[in-house]
Design a protein around this ligand. Structure first.
Ligand SMILES: [Zn+2]
Length: 321
């Protein structure tokens, strides 16, 4: 059972200082999806106007007190910077990989906090001032390369996930959100704590606030001469269109898009294929059936093949030699 936690103003302030880099956020649904059983995240909006809600201190308090569960975005699009680097891993033996990463960070003189999660863990590094998302990624992906860790991405379904997930965001983009620490995971109905501090809010936040933060100068020094390792660089369009061995029948569109709103019997969001062409900026072309989320449709007429290709998970075309 999750205890009844009270979040003080100081805790809310510490949390905001550590994790909040922009006012957009997502919220984890309280009820599981009837079919998949998963608790999906959506961007909350004002009921009447559909205007997105901004993250406030009240939202943070509710998250810490366990009334709601939020996820936070890494990159602020105005600056293309992130306050933190988070590495998510939830595959078999992922904890071992994260511990190796933590050790490698330590060798560079960097403290990283390890947070449990439902199936694995998250590793967090905090910066003294927000750093360019690209530079944080260059560092994390070079560490992964050095340790030969798998990195999740198009055509590679299992591995670590690096947040920020993008080098930079275009106007109107949000990037990927990660479940904010210290709240209740709705799927598990419990909290996951950081190691190395007592399992209650005050100690946890004190521990996090006391971690040494990495300065931009230090990050630059460590990453001097580095670039994104070739195997992790974004694929060219022709590569993405090539059917991948990993595009099996287990494709779930909801693993790839972020639901913007629910209306009628559908979830609605930006169509990935439209987005790739710079269209659907209002983000409501793609309808995904709530009842049967394997059914989805772009109202601008993109085919399933186009949508899958845009997601880097093309529908396999089997060729026989
Ligand atoms: Zn479309």
């Amino acid at each position: 059972m999750d205890g009844n936690w009270k979040a003080t103003e100081e805790m809310v302030r510490q949390f905001e200082e550590l994790f909040v880099n922009r006012r957009a956020y997502t919220i984890q649904s309280m009820k599981p999806h009837p079919k998949s059983g998963r608790h999906y995240y959506y961007r909350p909006t004002r009921n009447q106007t559909g205007e997105p809600l901004a993250l406030t201190t009240r939202t943070i308090r509710q998250h810490l007190e366990g009334d709601i569960t939020i996820a936070v975005y890494a990159i602020n699009p105005k600056t293309q910077r992130s306050k933190w680097l988070a590495i998510d891993a939830d595959y078999r033996h992922s904890l071992e990989d994260l511990l190796r990463l933590q050790g490698e960070l330590r060798r560079d003189g960097i403290q990283a906090a390890l947070e449990k999660s439902r199936r694995g863990a998250h590793l967090w590094v905090f910066f003294a001032t927000p750093v360019l998302a690209r530079e944080a990624r260059v560092y994390a992906l070079n560490l992964a390369d050095r340790l030969t860790l798998p990195v999740k991405g198009p055509g590679w379904p299992e591995g670590i996930e690096v947040f920020p997930r993008q080098d930079q965001l275009a106007e109107g983009e949000f990037g990927n959100a990660i479940r904010a620490p210290l709240g209740v995971h709705r799927g598990a109905g419990k909290r996951y704590w950081f190691y190395h501090a007592d399992y209650e809010l005050e100690s946890q936040l004190r521990y996090l606030a006391g971690l040494e933060r990495v300065s931009e100068a230090k990050l630059r020094e460590i990453t001097r001469g580095m670039s994104i390792p070739k195997q992790f660089a974004p694929m060219s369009k022709s590569e993405r269109l090539r059917p991948s061995l990993y595009s099996g029948g287990d494709f779930r569109i909801l693993d790839y898009v972020e639901v913007r709103r629910k209306a009628g019997r559908n979830y609605w969001t930006r169509c990935p294929s439209c987005a790739a062409a710079g269209h659907d900026t209002s983000g409501d072309n793609l309808a995904i059936s709530i009842e049967e989320p394997m059914k989805y449709k772009c109202w601008a007429g993109c085919t399933k093949e186009m949508i899958r290709a845009a997601l880097g998970r093309p529908i396999p075309i089997w060729r026989f030699a």
